[in-house]
Design a protein around this ligand. Structure first.
Ligand SMILES: Cc1ncc(COP(=O)(O)O)c(C=O)c1O
Length: 454
C-alpha cells in the first residue's frame, strides 16, 4: 500500500525564509505617511521591534530563521503534505490533488508560523506586552500561544461578529494567558468613536487593527503584531512553500497549480512564493506554474478592488501601502470565513497580481461550504471556512481535468481545521447561511474616500 502522506524530519525544517522582494519584476512601492512622504523605520519603531522593521523593508532573498524559533516550530513542523486520493476518487478526476496541512499546529492553523517569530523578536527587543486583532480567532490564538512561549502578555481585539460566533476560540486564547475584548470596544478612542457612529456594527479586521495599533502606539512597553498583510508576515509563512518543495522533491513531482485562500495574503504568499521564486530563477519545472488566490465574493479585494495606496486599518493609524483594496473603512458582510474579511491584500501579492503573474478568483460562501463538506466526507479532516475557499478552487480545477483528461498536479493550502467553526457549519446545514454579493455601491463610496497618491 502506498503512503498518501509525505513527511519530513525535524532536521529538515527550513533554516531560512524566502523573501520574494528579491525577485519582484520591479522594486516594491515604499509605504507612505498620510502626507505622502515615505514611512521610514522611525515611524514604524513605535509599534514594531527593529528586526521586524528590517525584515519588512528587506530586499535580501534569504533570511535566517533563529534557532529559538525553529525549536518551537519542531513541536508541530514540518507539516505533512498529503495526497487527497479519496477526494480524487470522489471527483473521478485524473488530477493529482495534494494539500499542505497547516491545521497540525497547536492553534490549528498556519498563523503560528508568524506569531512565534514575532513574539521572539519582540522579546529580544525587551518588549513585555503585545496587542493584536483577530478575525476568526486563528491569529489571536496563535499570538496568545507564542506570547506564552516567550513570556509576553497578549491583549487581543476580536472582531465582534466572531467573538459571538466563536466563544471557544476566546477560551483558547485565555487558556494561553491572553486577554480578549470584542471589537469595537470601549477600551480605545477609535473603538469608542466607531461604537458611537455605528452602534450595531459587526466589527471588521480594519477596526480591530485600529484599536490594537492605538494601544501599542500609546505605551512604551507594548508593541503590535499583525497576523497577515505585511511583508514580514508573508515571508514568515514561506516556510509552508519551502517545506512543500522538499516534499515534492521526495516524490519526484512538481505542482502545476498552487492554490490558497486569500485574506491578507499570508497563506497564499507563504505557499506560492517559494514556487514563484523557482519560476523567477528559470526553473523549467515552474515555467507554466499557475498560482491562484481565492477570496470570498463578499470581500473581493483582488478581483473587484482598486490597486492604490490605502491604510491597513479602518482609522488610518497605519502607514499607507500600495495594494488592492476595497477601501479601509469598507465593512464586509458578516460571513463565516472571518479571516477573509479584510479590505486589502499584501503588497507583494497585489504587485504580482497587477503584473499578471498570479491569478485570483472569488468564491460564493455556500459553494465553499459545499466543497468543505465534500472534502471532510472524503478525507476526514473538517476544514476551516477560510480553507474551504482553497478546496473549492482545487475541486473546480480537478473537475476541469475530468473534462480534459489532464493529469495535473494540484496543490492547495489547507490552512487550518474547522473544529472551532462548527457553528458556521451548523448555519450551512440548517440553510441559514446566505451568499453575499459584493456591494458595489458601498465599495465605490469607500474607494472615493481613499487618500490620493501616485
Ligand atoms: C485558517 C485560515 N486560513 C486563511 C486565513 C486568511 O489569512 P491569510 O490571507 O493571511 O492567510 C485565515 C485568517 O485568519 C485563517 O484563519
Amino acid at each position: 500500500m502506498e503512503s498518501t502522506r509525505v513527511l519530513l524530519e525535524a532536521h529538515e525544517i527550513p533554516t531560512h525564509w524566502y523573501n520574494i522582494a528579491a525577485d519582484l519584476p520591479s522594486p516594491p512601492a515604499p509605504p507612505l505617511l498620510p502626507d505622502g512622504a515615505p514611512a521610514g523605520p522611525g515611524q514604524l519603531g513605535a509599534i514594531f521591534p527593529p528586526a521586524i522593521i528590517e525584515q519588512e523593508m528587506s530586499l535580501e532573498r534569504w533570511i535566517e530563521i533563529p534557532r529559538e524559533v525553529r525549536e518551537i516550530f519542531r513541536l508541530w513542523r514540518p507539516s505533512p503534505l498529503v495526497r487527497a486520493v479519496r477526494l480524487e476518487a470522489a471527483l473521478d478526476t485524473p488530477a493529482k490533488i495534494f494539500f499542505k496541512y497547516e491545521g497540525v499546529s497547536p492553534a490549528g492553523s498556519h498563523k503560528p508560523n508568524s506569531a512565534v517569530p514575532q513574539a521572539y523578536y519582540n522579546r529580544a527587543a525587551g518588549i513585555r506586552r503585545l496587542t493584536t486583532e483577530t478575525g476568526a480567532g486563528q491569529w489571536g490564538s496563535s499570538l496568545a500561544l507564542a506570547g506564552q512561549m516567550f513570556g509576553l502578555e497578549v491583549r487581543v481585539y476580536m472582531v465582534k461578529v466572531s467573538y459571538g460566533q466563536k466563544p471557544y476560540r476566546r477560551l483558547m486564547m485565555q487558556t494561553w494567558g491572553a486577554e480578549v475584548f470584542a471589537s469595537p470596544s470601549a477600551h480605545t478612542g477609535s473603538g469608542r468613536k466607531t461604537l458611537a457612529e455605528h452602534p450595531g456594527t459587526p466589527g471588521s479586521l480594519g477596526i480591530a487593527i485600529s484599536e490594537a495599533v492605538e494601544e501599542a502606539a500609546g505605551r512604551a512597553d507594548t508593541n503590535y503584531a499583525l497576523g497577515s498583510v505585511l511583508n514580514h508576515v508573508v515571508m514568515h509563512q514561506s516556510i509552508i512553500g519551502l517545506e512543500a518543495k522538499k516534499q515534492f522533491d521526495k516524490i519526484g513531482l512538481y505542482p502545476d497549480i498552487v492554490i490558497a485562500p486569500c485574506g491578507g495574503g499570508s497563506s497564499f504568499g507563504g505557499l506560492a512564493f517559494p514556487f514563484l521564486g523557482d519560476k523567477a530563477a528559470g526553473d523549467r519545472r515552474a515555467a507554466n506554474l499557475r498560482a491562484v488566490a481565492v477570496e470570498p465574493c463578499s470581500c473581493p479585494s483582488l478581483t473587484k478592488g482598486s490597486y492604490t495606496y490605502d491604510y491597513g486599518d479602518a482609522s488610518g493609524f497605519t502607514p499607507l501601502i500600495k495594494m488592492y483594496t476595497l477601501g479601509h473603512d469598507f465593512v464586509p458582510a458578516g460571513i463565516h470565513a472571518g479571516g477573509l474579511r479584510y479590505h486589502g491584500v499584501s503588497q507583494y501579492v497585489s504587485q504580482l497580481y497587477h503584473a499578471g503573474l498570479i491569478e485570483a478568483v472569488a468564491a460564493p460562501q455556500l459553494a465553499t461550504f459545499d466543497a468543505g463538506v465534500r472534502f471532510a466526507r472524503a478525507e476526514g479532516i473538517i476544514p476551516a471556512p477560510e480553507a474551504c475557499h482553497a478546496i473549492r478552487a482545487a475541486m473546480d480545477e480537478a473537475l476541469k481535468c475530468r473534462e480534459t483528461g489532464e493529469e495535473k498536479v494540484i496543490l492547495f493550502n489547507l490552512t487550518g481545521h474547522g473544529h472551532f467553526d462548527m457553528s458556521s457549519f451548523e448555519g450551512y446545514f440548517s440553510g441559514r447561511l446566505e451568499d453575499h454579493e459584493h456591494p458595489e455601491e458601498e465599495v465605490a463610496r469607500a474607494l472615493a474616500r481613499l487618500p490620493k497618491f501616485a
